[in-house]
Design a protein around this ligand. Sequence first.
Ligand code: HEM
Length: 145
Amino acid sequence: KWTDSERSTIQSIFSKIDKDVVGPAAISRCLIVYPWTQRYFGSFGNLYNAAAITSNPKVAAHGKVIVEALEKAVQNMDNIKAAYAELSVLHSEKLQVDPGNFKLLADCLTIVIAAQLGNDFTPDVQATFQKFMNVVVSSLEKQYY
Ligand code: HEM
């Protein structure tokens, strides 16, 4: 259940961020600081070091896909689990992503968004964003249990 204030906070975050930067930066950060996450992206080519990751066009494109998926969650805030049902099946059955990794990417997204929003990322905004990402993560995990 979301309060009106939480809804407007989430909408405001997504209206302020530069999506073309946040998605690629967050997935790159995840691949760099948690290098075991690279194992799922064998088809993305060279992920040999941080410079290769941040300049890899497939990584950047995938970052934008992830932000688009988050926007779908924003548009379906009352029903994120249903909105993510297929995505959860894909990650568990086809991609076989270890579900612990969802939280790692969520944290990278939080860090990148915090850096981009600066003073607008207040403790209240952070708490609401965390709540939102927790729902996103648990919706992705749903198929695993
Ligand atoms: C694909 C979203 C976390 C691995 C995708 C797709 C979306 C998505 C929308 C494209 C699905 C399609 O093509 O139909 C998300 C979201 C995440 C998340 C919202 C968490 C916030 C992760 C994590 C990993 C991962 C943590 C692995 C460490 C993959 C892989 C693909 C994929 C390997 C296929 C990429 C390709 O071959 O193009 N994800 N994902 N995802 N995801 Fe995730």
